[in-house]
Ligand binder design. Sequence first.
Ligand code: CA2
Length: 144
Amino acid sequence: MKILVINGPNLNLLGIREKNIYGENTYEDLLLFVRKSAAELGLEVDFFQSNHEGAIIDAIQEAYGKYDGIVINPAGYTHTSVAILDALKAVNIPTVEVHISDIYQREEFRKNSYVSLAAIKTISGHGFKGYAEALAFLKAHLKN
Ligand code: CA2
């Protein structure tokens, strides 16, 4: 099973600022953690990170026919992007949405997620572990 892990804007800066919200670990640490979790589950993973909405949409479109599942942390675009929602709906690849922080316990504007409308599950506030949980959920979902 092949899974594409997509991370949105500013997540490449993890571990640099806002450590109280997103933790001490860097984006490279996140990739190592997700790669290890995927190997333990017997899943193949590829990664994509971009600060640009259109590039994320291109990556979702290009995933069609190549990936069995998507794990996406759309970061700030979670709360604004109908276009990313539409792309996920268009390719119809089982998608789990992940947020490192708990978007429901922060500012009001973070409580709305457009991407949730296309996701089979949303995992929020579990830190990096949320990505491993997303992979396990996709594996179980794809087996059925
Ligand atoms: O909790 C999450 O994973 C978020 O998707 C992270 C986004 C935020 O806009 C969402 O509401 C929740 C922000 C990612 C920004 O990451 C930073 C990393 C280092 C320094 C500053 C921001």
